[in-house]
Structure formats: C-alpha cells, structure tokens
Write a protein that binds this ligand. Structure first.
Ligand SMILES: C[S@@+](CC[C@H](N)C(=O)[O-])C[C@H]1O[C@@H](n2cnc3c(N)ncnc32)[C@H](O)[C@@H]1O
Length: 337
C-alpha cells in the first residue's frame, strides 16, 4: 500500500478527522479499502496499472481530468515539482466554493515544501504527519491567491524540449531532455531492423521515432506505455511520420504481457515505481519481451550498467551480447533462437 495514500485517508479516519464528503474527485486516484464506504468518488489516474486497480475496485474513472466542481478534491501527485503544482491548480479549478483540497505525499518527495507552496496560495493549512509522509488540506474561503493557481496551471501544459520539436509534459519520464541511454540505443540500432517492432515503455516516443527515422524496413511499430500523458505526447511526436508507417499507440501495462509477437523489441525499461527502485519491474519487462519475440526475433535493450538483466537473458536461453557500454549505460542485444 502506498504510504502517502494511507496518510491521505487518515485525514478522514482519525478520531477528530474530517467527515466523509458526499462527492469527491480524486486526482492520482488509487484504491484504498477505506474508500469503499464513501458515497461517490470519481478518479483520474494516468498510470495504467493503478487505473486498472481503481477500475477493478468498482469506482468511476475518467480518462481526462473531468469537468465539474466538487466539495472535496483529493490530490496524490507524483514526484515532479511542476506536476504537483499543476495538480494543485487542477484541484482548485474543480473545487466548489467553500470546498477543500486534501493532498498527501512522502517527505522524500518534498512534502514539506509543497505544503508551504499550497499554504502561500491558499492560506491556512492543516497538516498531519504519518508513515514518513505528510497529508495537508486547505479550505477555500474566498481569499485564495488565484494568480498563483493560474501560474501553476501553466506548468502542467504540454511543452517542447529545448532545442527540439519534441513535446512532453511535466511528470512524465525525461520531460526536460532526451534520455542519454535512449539516445545511445537509438544511435546503435541496426538500420536493417525490419518487420513488426514493439517499443516497450515507449514514453513520449523518442525511441520509436528514432527507429522509424533510421530503419526504413520497419513495417509497423507498436508503442506500449503505462502513462497516458506520455502516450499523448508520443502521438504528437510521431505525427509527422508518413501515413504508410503503421503506428499503434497502446495504453498498456507491459508486465501483463503483450497481445502479439514481434520481429524486434526495443526498450529502455523502467526500474522505478514512484521514488523506489524496483529492479523487478525491469525484469518483468524483459520477461514480457522474451515471451513476445518471434523465433529469430531480436531484442535491443539499454539499461544502467548496474542493473542485473544479463541473468534473465541467460536463463531464458536467448543468444545475447553486450554491444556497447559507457560509464553509465550498457546496450544488451539478444536473439530468440
Ligand atoms: C526509462 S523510461 C523510457 C521511456 C522512453 N522509451 C524513452 O526512451 O524516452 C520507461 C518508461 O516505461 C513506462 N512504464 C513504467 N511502468 C510501465 C508498465 N508497467 N507498463 C508500461 N510502461 C511502463 C514509464 O512511464 C516510462 O515512460
């Protein structure tokens, strides 16, 4: 269970806690057992595994931040500063007069600093600390600093990476620059790469775009990405590719497997969930990739040097080699025999 979510729910469950609202909007929605007793909760969640958990619990979910006003808006942001402030603004826009914003985050994600930010814009803040997290809330009293919220709102808009035409958004992977690991992989992709290709954890589309530019024999490329905001950016970033290239964008949890098999799979696998390092997530990506390669299919992987992916390739029986290495990254190329 996410400790920030536990802290968020404590605001409503402590002895002197707030009463459960009649209607709630939850930005960054994640299921918590205590929510079962709440009358009406609408969730917005950009990450597919969490969205699936929310759906399975039977709650209402919107693909985009919904229009409307709520008496309470819960905010469980990621770790990025611009994203968090933009989500405060999004919550403010959807708050009924006299409504309340309730946010929670881990101390290591800068909870204290964000509490100060919100208190500058909203005035009085009530706060509790538990599970190395902070939950804080503010009630709209007609005196909030709307200019600050408007400025924060702009931080959530799509933007271009400096010096490029690539569009990204705060909170998605590598939103400020091209990831050097992905660049290394792109530079080493064989131009002979052909057929049906998948990009796992495709982000805002850098690798897929580079592959299409470099490898004219690719017939089709399927992007699989868990963060719907990144996938929306990828759609824009690949929109200049010629129509005859078949490009499919899938909001998908790669750890659940893929529906088809491929001649080649590219990936720069994730190894973080929130702030924590989860090498198992990268391993799960590898397992999916190996299962989804055709016989003779090829895997092109970039990873931080210390990540132990060679062992997975070894036990799976793929022929593999380290095709390049820098101080930080390694490229592992493999073939399914
Ligand atoms: C290291 S980044 C690589 C992004 C992109 N390929 C690039 O080169 O810029 C890993 C990506 O995997 C995505 N991701 C994380 N967990 C995922 C999952 N379970 N299923 C699909 N994608 C996931 C992240 O959102 C992130 O965009």
């Amino acid at each position: 269970m996410n400790p920030a979510l536990d802290s968020l729910m404590l605001v409503f469950s402590a002895n002197d806690g707030l009463s459960v609202p009649a209607r709630t909007l939850f930005l960054g929605a994640e299921f918590h057992p205590a929510l079962k007793n709440w009358p009406q909760v609408t969730g917005w969640q950009t990450l597919k595994p969490k969205a699936d958990g929310w759906d399975q619990a039977g709650f209402r979910r919107c693909d985009d931040p919904p229009d409307g006003k709520w008496p309470v808006v819960l905010v469980l942001p990621g770790k990025c500063r611009d994203e968090t402030l933009a989500w405060f603004a999004m919550a403010r826009e959807r708050l009924e007069p006299g409504g309340r914003i309730v946010a929670a985050m881990p101390n290591t994600a800068g909870a204290g600093r964000f509490e100060k930010d919100l208190s500058k814009a909203a005035g009085n803040i009530t706060s509790l600390q538990k599970h190395k997290c902070r939950a804080f809330h503010a009630i709209e009293d007609g005196g909030w600093n709307e200019e600050t919220f408007e400025a924060w709102s702009l931080l959530g808009e799509k933007r271009k990476i400096l010096g490029t035409d690539f569009v990204t958004q705060a909170g998605i992977f590598s939103s400020e620059h091209i990831d050097p690991g992905s660049q290394l992989l792109a530079d080493h992709l064989p131009t002979s790469l052909h057929g049906r290709v998948a990009d796992l954890g495709a982000g805002w589309g850098f690798l897929a775009n580079a592959a299409l530019n470099r490898c004219p024999k690719i017939e089709r490329i399927d992007l699989f990405e868990a963060d719907s905001r990144a996938l929306d950016c990828a759609k824009i970033n690949l929109s200049h590719q010629p129509d005859e290239k078949f490009i499919h964008f899938n909001w998908h949890d790669v750890t659940t497997g893929l529906p088809e098999t491929y001649d080649a799979i590219l990936m720069n696998p994730p190894f973080h969930i929130g702030q924590a390092t989860h090498v198992d997530l990268g391993r799960a990506f590898l397992t999916t990739a190996i299962a989804s390669l055709k016989r003779g299919g090829k895997l092109f992987l970039v990873a931080n040097r210390q990540l132990p992916y060679e062992a997975v390739l070894e036990v799976s029986g793929l022929a593999w080699r380290k095709s390049a290495e820098t101080k930080t990254y390694k490229l592992l190329f493999a073939e399914k025999r």
